[in-house]
Ligand binder design. Structure first.
Ligand SMILES: Cc1ncc(COP(=O)(O)O)c(C=O)c1O
Length: 447
C-alpha cells in the first residue's frame, strides 16, 4: 500500500481541507479522495443569489444564449458585465460560515483551483450553447482531453479512435496514455465496421473529431453514439471545428463533447482554453480530478472568453459564409488539385455533413496541382491578408502549410500515414470580407 496523505478523523467529519488538517498516513486511496473539496458538478452549478440566464434557455436562439445564458441577471454593483474576480482564494467571515459551506448548506467559492465566479458564468453559458447539463473549463483544449481521459481511464483499459485527428491528441493517446497501461487502437476514420471490430471487453471509450483536423471529414454521429451504446462504451466527440453553432453531438446521443475554446469560442486569437460538456453525473469524477490536476483558467482569461462568446453566433455566421464561398472558389480554380471542405459535394462525407450541420465552418484544406513543397510555400507567402500561423477559428484569417508547420518533425512515412501532403495548404477563414479574401487568394495562386 502506498503512503498517502489523509485527513485526520475530526477534519474528515467536517469534510474540511487544507494542510493544517492533513497528516501523513498509510491509508487507502478512498481516504485520499475524500481529501479534496473540489466541488462536484451539481454543487458548482446550482444557482447563487441572483438567477442565471433567462427562462427556457434551450428554446432560445444561439445569439440570445451567447449574450445572456449563464450570467447572473443582477451582478455586483449593478454592473452589466461580470466583474473579474481576481482572487486565488475566497474568505469566510466566520467558522460558522465555513461549516455551512463544508456541510453543503451554502454554495459559494472556496479556492481558485476548484472554481471562480467568472468560470461559473462561462461554464453555464457553454452548457446552454451545447445543450448539455454541464460544462467544465480547462486551461487549453489539450488540458481538457487529458483531463477527461485521465479521469475516465485506468490501467488495462482500451480506447478506440478514428485516425484523422489533431496530432497532439493522437500523441497523447499513443505515447503517454500507454505509459499508464492504457491501450489505444486507431481505425480508419468513418469505418464503423473497423470501429466495432476494435472494441474488446476492456474498451472504455470511442473517440473522434467531427469534422476532423485537417481533412474535414464529418462523422455520422448517430451511428457513432449507437456503436458506443450497444457496446456499453462511452463516446467522445471533439467538435472544435464544428462548434456548438454548427453541430450539437449530445443531441445524437454522444456522451462527451470537447472543444478547444482557443478556436471559435474565444474567437480572437488571444486566449487558450478548453471545455468538456456532458451529463452532470458522468462528469463528476472529471471535475473532481480537474481540482487535483489544476489545469484551470485565470479569471482574466475567463473574462476574455466570456467577452468573445458574446459575439460567437454572429462570428460563426461569417465564418460559415466565408468558408463555403472560398471553398467553392478554390474548387473551381485551375491551380487547385483538391479541396477538403465539409460543405462541398466532392467531400466523401458530404452527406453526413449536410444531414447534421447548420454550416461548415471556416477551415479549408486544399492541395495545389503539380506543385512541390516550395511552390506551395510561394502561394502561402504571397497571400497578403491571412497571417502564417498555427491555430484556427479567430477573426483574423490564418494560413499554413502543414508540412512545415505542425508536421515538420514527422518522418515522411508518418506524414503519408497521417495524410499530410507536401502540396497541402490549410486556411482558417476569419471574418474579413469574403470578396477581399477571394481576391487575395486569387492573386496568391498566381505565385
Ligand atoms: C481539433 C482540435 N482539438 C484540440 C486541440 C487542442 O486545443 P488547444 O490548442 O486549445 O490545446 C486543437 C488545436 O489545434 C484542435 O485543432
Amino acid at each position: 500500500m502506498t503512503k498517502n496523505m489523509t485527513i485526520d478523523s475530526d477534519a474528515t467529519k467536517l469534510g474540511r481541507t487544507g494542510d493544517s488538517v492533513l497528516s501523513a498516513d498509510t491509508t487507502s486511496e478512498t481516504d485520499c479522495a475524500a481529501e479534496t473539496s473540489a466541488p462536484t458538478a451539481s454543487k458548482s452549478s446550482s444557482v447563487k443569489a441572483s438567477p442565471r440566464g433567462l427562462a427556457n434557455e434551450q428554446s432560445l436562439g444561439a445569439s440570445t444564449q451567447c449574450v445572456h445564458s449563464g450570467e447572473q441577471r443582477q451582478k455586483a454593483e449593478g454592473s452589466i458585465t461580470a466583474p473579474i474576480y481576481a482572487a486565488s482564494t475566497f474568505t469566510f467571515d466566520s467558522t460558522a460560515s465555513l461549516l455551512r459551506f463544508v456541510n453543503g448548506e451554502e454554495d459559494r467559492e472556496e479556492y481558485g483551483r476548484y472554481g471562480n465566479p467568472n468560470e461559473k458564468s462561462v461554464e453555464a453559458k457553454l452548457a446552454a450553447l451545447e445543450g448539455a447539463e454541464e460544462a467544465i473549463l480547462y486551461s487549453s483544449g489539450m488540458a481538457a482531453i487529458v483531463g477527461l481521459l485521465m479521469a475516465k481511464l485506468s490501467s488495462g483499459d482500451e480506447i478506440v479512435f478514428f485516425d484523422q485527428c489533431y496530432h497532439r491528441s493522437r500523441e497523447f493517446c499513443a505515447k503517454h496514455l500507454s505509459r499508464f497501461g492504457v491501450v489505444t487502437h486507431q481505425v480508419p476514420t468513418g469505418n464503423f465496421e473497423a470501429l466495432e471490430a476494435a472494441i474488446t471487453p476492456r474498451t472504455k471509450m470511442l473517440v473522434s473529431e467531427s469534422p476532423t483536423n485537417p481533412h474535414l471529414t464529418t462523422i455520422d454521429l448517430e451511428k457513432f453514439a449507437a456503436v458506443g451504446k450497444s457496446n456499453e462504451v462511452e463516446t467522445l466527440i471533439d467538435a472544435t471545428l464544428a462548434t456548438p453553432f454548427n453541430i450539437k453531438p449530445i443531441a445524437y446521443g454522444v456522451d462527451y463533447v470537447l472543444h478547444s475554446a482557443t478556436k471559435y469560442l474565444g474567437g480572437h486569437n488571444d486566449l487558450l482554453a478548453g471545455v468538456i460538456c456532458g451529463r452532470r453525473e458522468q462528469l463528476e469524477s472529471v471535475r473532481s480530478l480537474r481540482g487535483v490536476l489544476g489545469g484551470v483558467n485565470s479569471p482574466h482569461n475567463l473574462y476574455l472568453l466570456e467577452r468573445g462568446l458574446k459575439t460567437f453566433a454572429l462570428r460563426m455566421q461569417r465564418h460559415n459564409e466565408n468558408g463555403l464561398a472560398i471553398a467553392e472558389f478554390l474548387d473551381a480554380h485551375p491551380r487547385v488539385e483538391r479541396v477538403y471542405y465539409p460543405g462541398l459535394k466532392s467531400h466523401p462525407s458530404y452527406e453526413s455533413a449536410v444531414a447534421q450541420m447548420r454550416g461548415y465552418g471556416g477551415l479549408i484544406t486544399f492541395t495545389v496541382k503539380d506543385a512541390d513543397w516550395e511552390e506551395t510555400s510561394r502561394i502561402v507567402d504571397a497571400a497578403k491578408i491571412p497571417r502564417i500561423a498555427a491555430s484556427l477559428g479567430g477573426v483574423e484569417s490564418l494560413i499554413e502549410q502543414p508540412l512545415v508547420m505542425s508536421y515538420y518533425h514527422c518522418t515522411p512515412e508518418d506524414r503519408v500515414r497521417f495524410g499530410i501532403a507536401d502540396n497541402m495548404i490549410r486556411m482558417s477563414c476569419g471574418i474579413e470580407d469574403t470578396e477581399d479574401l477571394i481576391a487575395d487568394l486569387a492573386q496568391a495562386l498566381e505565385a
